[in-house]
Write a protein that binds this ligand. Structure first.
Ligand SMILES: [Zn+2]
Length: 288
């Protein structure tokens, strides 16, 4: 599965709502390129696409960068040259043979110089049927404005620090672990006046969306460890000695909490209001 923001393009494609060119801003260019290739596979797949389709030839060709209707352009040296764009135009001047559409991906779109951008512009100004373009960049502002203004912008942000039980106790996470402890104590032990806890414990100390995400990932790990220990799968929960109150929860209740936090983490990646989301979390938790 690609990142949610990109995955929805498959749906748009089938609803005939896909734009003919996207500018994708990302913090991880390689992960993003892979995800866009994944979107191409889902659109092109001749079988019924499932993750890592190995049945059809098309998906195999995409994986090996051999599918003629998928062109990936990367900087030749430090820039993307005019010749590379001309070459692309030539290749895409005919209707594709194996797939319904042609897709091109420009990796590091900021590396286009004036000459290649001008050539590209002509291509963009006469949008042809059956061509879908993706420009990928780490910084929208570095892409030539005339190109930028013709694209629909998508943000594809990937988790920078993948958390797990072992990295949880690292120095950089100490602050979040402390907040998680205070928050869990409030919502699981004190319980009354719960919505206030969001302001008192969370918003008063962290306001950045990414930080709140980190906090909830830590909370997820904690619930998961208590869940595993409730099933006697392991006892890493003992690492959270100061949160022993969670061991009073049944496996069922812990599982419900895990689902709630997972939903919260899905929702927070969309641009919803943070405070509303936190309040929703507390209200739903108190309903368990
Ligand atoms: Zn396939």
């Amino acid at each position: 599965m690609a990142l949610k923001e990109l995955e929805k393009l498959v749906k748009y494609y089938h609803e005939n709502k896909i734009s003919h060119v996207y500018l994708v801003e990302t913090n991880n260019i390689d992960a993003c390129l892979n995800d866009v290739k994944d979107i191409a596979k889902q659109i092109f797949c001749s079988d019924k696409y499932t993750d890592n389709c190995v049945k059809c030839n098309i998906c195999n060709l995409v994986d090996q960068n051999y599918l003629p209707s998928l062109e990936i352009i990367e900087p030749d040296g430090s820039t993307i040259k005019k010749e590379q764009i001309l070459d692309l135009k030539r290749k895409f001047s005919t209707v594709p043979i194996y797939t319904k559409d042609n897709i091109y991906i420009i990796k590091k779109a900021e590396a286009m110089n004036q000459a290649s951008a001008n050539t590209m512009l002509k291509f963009l100004e006469e949008p042809e049927e059956h061509i879908i373009g993706f420009f990928i960049t780490t910084n929208l502002n570095n892409v030539i404005p005339t190109i930028r203004s013709r694209c629909e912008v998508i943000k594809a942000m990937y988790d920078i620090h993948e958390l797990n039980i072992d990295s949880l106790f690292d120095e950089q996470n100490k602050k979040f672990l402390d907040i998680a402890y205070k928050y869990l104590e409030k919502i699981e032990v004190e319980k009354n006046n719960s919505i206030m806890y969001n302001k008192e414990v969370v918003i008063s100390q962290i306001t950045e969306r990414e930080d709140i995400k980190t906090l909830f990932k830590i909370i997820l790990i904690i619930y998961e460890e208590f869940f595993k220990s409730s099933l006697k799968l392991n006892n890493k929960a003992q690492l959270f000695a100061n949160m022993h109150f969670l061991s009073n929860l049944s496996s069922q209740d812990l599982l419900k909490r895990i689902k709630l936090v997972t939903t919260f983490l899905d929702d927070i990646s969309c641009n919803v209001n943070l405070e509303l989301l936190l309040d929703k979390f507390i209200i739903e938790l108190s309903d368990i």
